[in-house]
Design a protein around this ligand. Structure first.
Ligand code: G50
Length: 396
C-alpha cells in the first residue's frame, strides 16, 4: 500500500540534515495513517513503528485495537540512554556535569553523548527527547541486539532500573539486512575478494551517511598504504550520495591508487556489506560503529577497529569494546569541521594491530557463535519473538 507524505517545507524545521528532515516529514504525516490501519483485511494485530516516529504515532493510534511496538534500531545501551536522557535533561538544566549516569547501566561521559544532544536545541534533540518520553506509552520495544551482546543492560532495563514504567524490551537480533539490491560495484568487489588470501583483507567503511573530511581521507589513504594489509575501502565524501560527483583519483590521489593497486580495492559506491563481512578473505573491519555495522560484524565474527564519527556511535563502540571483539583508540576524534586529524601512521599501527591480534579474533568467533545461537530455534532472540507472537494471539 502506498502512503503519500504531506508536502513539507524544510525551512520550518531547525535542521539542515537531510536524514532528520526526512524523519520530520514522515512524523508530520503519520496522523493520516489511522484510516489505512483500520481498513485492512485481515485486521492488523500489531503495529511496529521505527523509534524515530514514536512520539508522533503513539497518541494517534492510542485508541486503535492493536498492540503498539517500537523497533529500536540502535543498541540496548543506546535505548537505555534514549529512555533516560529526557528525565536527565529535565532535572539538570545547568548541564555542568561531565557525565550522565544512566541508572543501573552506565556512566556516560559527555564526550560520548551524541553531540547534537549537548547543544541547547535542534530538531534532532527535540525529536529524541519526545521519542524517549513516549516509549512508556507503547506495549513493547523490539531491539536489534541479542542477550549475549548486551546481557547486563538488557537485564537492568527490564528490571525497571532505568525508567520504571518502560514496557518490556525484547532483544530480537541480530536481524539480517534486507536485500536492497543497489550495491553497484558488486561484481568488481567479489571478484577481487575471491582471489585474496583467507582472512587477509581489512574492510574500511564509515557507513551510508558519514563523509570524512578531505584531509582525513588523505590520512586514511596514507595509513592504509603504510599498513601491511590488503584492504577494501569504501570512500564517501558527501553525506548524500546523489551529490557525490567527485572522481576517486581526486579524493585519494591517483598516485595512491597506483601505488596500492596490488593489494587494495578502493570504491566510492555502495557495497553489499553483509556479503563482504561474510567473505572468507575479510579478516577485519574499520567501522564508524553504526549499529547495523556492529551487528553485522558480530554475525560474521569479524574483529573491528572502531572509529565512531557521530551520533550514537561512541555508545555503540563501548558495546563492541566491552564484548571484546574490537579495539577502540579513544583519543581519535569525532567527524566534523573542528575535528583533530588522526594521522596515517597512527591508523596504520592500529590496523596492523587489529589484523594480527589472535585474542580479538577468538572473541569475535565466539560472538559469532552466540549471535547465531540467539536466532536459531530455541535461541534467546527466537524465543523472545515467539513470546511476543503468543501474546498477540492471546489478545485475539
Ligand atoms: C544521534 C544521531 C543520529 C542517530 C542517533 C543519535 C541514534 C539512533 C537511534 O543518537 O541514537 C535513535 C534515533 C532517533 C531517535 C532516538 C534514537 O529519536 O546524530 O541515529
Amino acid at each position: 500500500m502506498e502512503f503519500h507524505l504531506l508536502p513539507f517545507d524544510p525551512s520550518t524545521a531547525s535542521s539542515t540534515d537531510p536524514f532528520f528532515l526526512q524523519f520530520e516529514a514522515i512524523r508530520r504525516s503519520v496522523h493520516l495513517l489511522p484510516p489505512l490501519l483500520t481498513s485492512t483485511l485481515p485486521s492488523i494485530s500489531a503495529l511496529i513503528t521505527d523509534i524515530t516516529l514514536t512520539s508522533s504515532i503513539v497518541d494517534v493510534v492510542a485508541n486503535l485495537p492493536f498492540s503498539k511496538y517500537i523497533l529500536f534500531i540502535s543498541s540496548a545501551s543506546m535505548l537505555a540512554f534514549c529512555a533516560y536522557f529526557p528525565i536527565a535533561a529535565q532535572s539538570n538544566t545547568s548541564n555542568e556535569n561531565s557525565h550522565l549516569q544512566v541508572p543501573g547501566v552506565a556512566l556516560i561521559q559527555n564526550l560520548h553523548i551524541p553531540p547534537l544532544l549537548l547543544q541547547p536545541t535542534n530538531l534532532f534533540k527535540t525529536q529524541f527527547i519526545e521519542n524517549g518520553l513516549a516509549l512508556v506509552k507503547t506495549d513493547g520495544i523490539l531491539v536489534n541486539t541479542f542477550d549475549a551482546l548486551e546481557p547486563d543492560t538488557l537485564v537492568e532495563i527490564n528490571k525497571g532500573v532505568v525508567v520504571p514504567a518502560l514496557p518490556p524490551v525484547v532483544a530480537v537480533g541480530p536481524l539480517e539486512p534486507c536485500d536492497f539490491n543497489f550495491a553497484n560495484e558488486e561484481e568488481l568487489t567479489f571478484s577481487w575478494l575471491n582471489v585474496q588470501p583467507a582472512g587477509s583483507v581489512v574492510y574500511v567503511s564509515f557507513g551510508s551517511r558519514t563523509a570524512l573530511s578531505g584531509a582525513q581521507i588523505k590520512q586514511l589513504a596514507e595509513g592504509l598504504k603504510m599498513s601491511e594489509c590488503r584492504f577494501l575501502w569504501v570512500v564517501k565524501s558527501t553525506k548524500v550520495d546523489k551529490e557525490d560527483r567527485v572522481q576517486l583519483g581526486e579524493l585519494v590521489g591517483d598516485e595512491f591508487l597506483e601505488s596500492v593497486r596490488e593489494r587494495g580495492l578502493v570504491l566510492n559506491g555502495w557495497v553489499e556489506q553483509w556479503g563482504v563481512l561474510g567473505h572468507p578473505t575479510v579478516g577485519g573491519f574499520v567501522s564508524h560503529c553504526g549499529w547495523n555495522s556492529v551487528t553485522e560484524a558480530a554475525w560474521h565474527g569479524v574483529p573491528v577497529l572502531v572509529w565512531p564519527q557521530d551520533g550514537d556511535q561512541r555508545i555503540n563502540a563501548g558495546v563492541v569494546e566491552k564484548s571484546g571483539f574490537g579495539i577502540w583508540e579513544r583519543k581519535w576524534d569525532w567527524c566534523g569541521d573542528q575535528a583533530q586529524l588522526v594521522m596515517g601512521s597512527e591508523i596504520a599501527k592500529r590496523v596492523d594491530e587489529l589484523m594480527s591480534d589472535q585474542g580479538i579474533r577468538a572473541r569475535a568467533t565466539r560472538i559469532r557463535e552466540e549471535a547465531r545461537r540467539a536466532v536459531a530455534v530455541g535461541g534467546s532472540s527466537a524465543n523472545s519473538l515467539v513470546k511476543v507472537m503468543e501474546a498477540l494471539k492471546s489478545r485475539g
